[in-house]
Design a binder for this molecule. Structure first.
Ligand SMILES: Nc1ncnc2c1ncn2[C@@H]1O[C@H](COP(=O)(O)OP(=O)(O)O)[C@@H](O)[C@H]1O
Ligand SMILES: [Mg+2]
Length: 230
């Protein structure tokens, strides 16, 4: 079956996505048929109460988990038609991840946390101007020799954003990026994501249960009980 892909296809396309977890004797329907299109360059916030399926959607979009049924296309390529190694390759080339708990390696400096991601993305050459521009934008240029324990939560999240951006991914997926931050640091991190989107051009899909965070996005999508509300 061949499919005609329109010239200006969405960078993220989701159709009929369902995910059912088996928890002991019961089935948990985390996603109950999600359709979503995200245009290249868009900054989309996905909001919804705890348990509505946001993180499940995040993991499937990033190729970190498989749906029970339905399909996801990233840049026109179906994740479900890829082999595991193709999906890993896609993820390393095209997607940057930001997590609520930063997920930095505690024994490495900020610089090495970023460098490891560059290495995994097969970018071993010298850093270029855009890399330094990104570090300046994030305001962490003078923090790179510190380990995570010597950085504030807000600084750790900025390092995590740098790590997500180091391979110049087309898409940044962020799951509750301000969930562990106070109001001031939340606003700063959200403002940075906004600037990353505007200046560096990344498509951003940010999951949040904070309705105020959604104000930084171009568009908000609401989830409830595994579905997107219109
Ligand atoms: N690994 C899992 N096994 C069983 N149930 C899960 C698992 N992960 C999530 N769930 C359930 O799926 C539903 C959606 O969870 P999740 O996607 O984490 O929602 P959110 O991120 O919006 O809080 C919840 O009912 C949650 O308990
Ligand atoms: Mg979640």
């Amino acid at each position: 079956m061949t499919e005609v892909i329109p010239a200006k296809q969405p960078i993220i396309r989701v159709r009929g996505l369902r995910k059912t977890y088996r928890a002991g004797e019961v089935d948990v329907h985390a996603l109950r048929g999600v359709d979503l299109d995200v245009k290249a360059g868009e900054f989309v916030a996905v909001v919804g109460p705890s348990g509505s399926g946001k993180s499940t959607l995040f993991h499937i979009l990033g190729g970190l988990a498989a749906p029970t049924s339905g399909e996801v296309w990233i840049d026109g390529e179906s994740l479900q038609k890829m082999s595991d190694s193709e999906r890993t390759e896609m993820r390393q080339r095209k997607v940057g991840f930001v997590f609520q708990k930063y997920n930095l390696l505690p024994t490495l400096t900020a610089r090495d946390n970023i460098e490891i991601a560059r290495y995994l993305g097969h970018r071993n050459g010298p850093v270029d101007a855009s890399f330094n521009q990104m570090l300046d934008l994030l305001g962490i240029s003078d923090r790179l020799n510190r380990k995570p324990s010597a950085l504030s939560g807000g600084e750790q999240q900025r390092v995590a954003i740098a790590r997500a951006l180091v391979n110049n991914p087309a898409i940044v997926l962020a799951d509750e990026p301000t969930g562990n931050l106070d109001t001031e640091n939340s606003t700063a991190v959200l403002g940075l994501l906004r600037q990353v989107n505007e200046r560096l051009g990344q498509t951003i899909l940010m999951i949040t249960h904070n309705p105020e965070a959604a104000a930084f996005a171009d568009r908000t999508v609401s989830m409830r009980d595994g579905r997107i509300l219109e």
